[in-house]
Design a protein around this ligand. Structure first.
Ligand code: CP
Length: 308
């Protein structure tokens, strides 16, 4: 059983929780690859997906995970709701819960929004990304994908490249990979790497080639222009020149590495199409694995005793 009532961030999980989620996801990956991709596990559970920020992968992946578990599913988009008439987050959620909804999956632009909600409403909360804070299910599916590709996560050298400063994926990955025994390095322009990062036990490298020579796995992040209030580098062209992953630099390593990306990809900026679509990339495996990992999270949380 999980040690938590909510999935708010990897920071709050024990290693045993992560191991249990990944082991359960193995079973669900088998399920979603069968001709009948559905199990009745959450037949009596109703889940609402509350998205206050855009999403393709996470939103569809949660919805599919819920349907594969036979849950009843409600989808909520902030722009077409009464939030635009001034309703608060807590009132919105309490009104939804009054319709006998059991669990809330929420993406919100404010860091800490899922934690805030978990302390104020009677429901299990799953954080589907809160601003630049955490994206726990992305980190879990990334760890699951590394484990399936390389056999285990412990002892592996994982590089995270790009806009670390604005990335919830980076922070959740750092917590998750370290708990599972991997070494983590970040690489990017100095302006996009927070000064405190070395205090998390993470290596920092500003030279992409050196970083790639060190790693077994490179996770290429998108530049989050929507979260940048000032310019952190002269131009996208310069960023791509220094930190973009292309076939020439990959070939120059003379060793195979696994390429990951959480999506959405900006082709030709942080990664070329040739690399993104190559046999080294497991980007679509990450997406497939995401459904199984989210099934595991929902299944395990639903089987926790009720929230008090
Ligand atoms: N990886 C990820 O969170 O993608 P979306 O923003 O499309 O959900």
């Amino acid at each position: 059983m999980l040690s938590v009532n909510h999935l708010l961030g990897i920071k709050y999980l024990k290693k045993d929780d992560i191991d249990l989620i990944l082991k359960t996801a193995d079973t669900f990956l088998d399920v979603i690859n069968r001709p009948i991709k559905k199990v009745p596990s959450l037949r009596d559970t109703t889940i609402v997906n509350l998205f206050f920020e855009n999403s393709t992968r996470t939103r569809l992946s949660f919805e599919l995970a819920e349907k594969r578990l036979s849950a009843d599913v409600l989808n909520f988009t902030a722009s077409s709701s009464s939030v635009s008439k001034g309703e608060t987050l807590i009132d919105t959620v309490n009104n939804i819960l009054a319709m006998k909804v059991d669990m809330v999956v929420m993406r919100h632009p404010m860091p800490g929004a899922a934690h805030f909600l978990s302390q104020r409403v009677k429901s299990k909360i799953v954080n589907a990304g809160d601003g630049a804070h955490e994206h726990p299910t992305q980190a879990l599916l990334d760890a699951f994908s590394i484990r399936r590709k390389l056999g285990e996560v412990a002892g592996k050298k994982v590089l995270i490249v790009g806009d670390i400063l604005h990335s919830r994926v980076a922070l959740s990955n750092i917590f998750c990979l370290q708990k599972l025994g991997a070494e983590v390095m970040v690489c990017g322009p100095p302006t996009l790497i927070p000064k405190y990062l070395h205090t998390l036990g993470v290596k920092v490298e500003y030279d992409l080639k050196k970083a790639l020579l060190w790693c077994d796995v490179a996770n290429m992040l998108r530049i989050q222009l929507e979260r940048q209030d000032i310019k952190y580098f002269p131009s996208l062209r310069e960023y791509t020149h220094l930190y973009g992953l292309n076939k020439d630099i990959l070939d120059s390593l003379e060793k195979p590495i696994v390429i990951m990306h959480p999506g959405p990809i900006n082709r030709g900026v942080e990664i070329t199409s040739e690399v993104a679509d190559s046999e080294h990339a497991i980007i679509l495996d990450q997406v497939e694995n995401g459904v199984a990992v989210r099934m595991a999270v929902l299944y395990l949380l639903a089987n926790r005793p009720d929230v008090v």
